[in-house]
Ligand binder design. Structure first.
Ligand code: ZN
Length: 65
């Protein structure tokens, strides 16, 4: 049996620079929880990127019913 692999991980939010609206990959930045200064590679302007704790830590809370 052949299985078509169509898995594409699109978990990362495509974020755009608020100034020039170029898509920015945050992989290159060492983002921490809270405020991060991000310098846009395209227009070289700096803005604040807010990172919520729930985005960086996996939710290990148990589901209770
Ligand atoms: Zn920009």
């Amino acid at each position: 049996m052949r299985r078509k692999s169509e898995e594409q991980i699109i978990q990362k939010l495509p974020y755009r620079c608020p100034y020039c609206e170029q898509p920015i990959s945050y992989d290159q930045f060492n983002l921490k929880v809270g405020e991060n200064e991000v310098k846009c590679p395209s227009c070289q302007r700096t803005y604040i990127k807010l990172v919520a704790p729930s985005l960086t830590e996996s939710d290990q809370g148990s589901r209770r019913q």
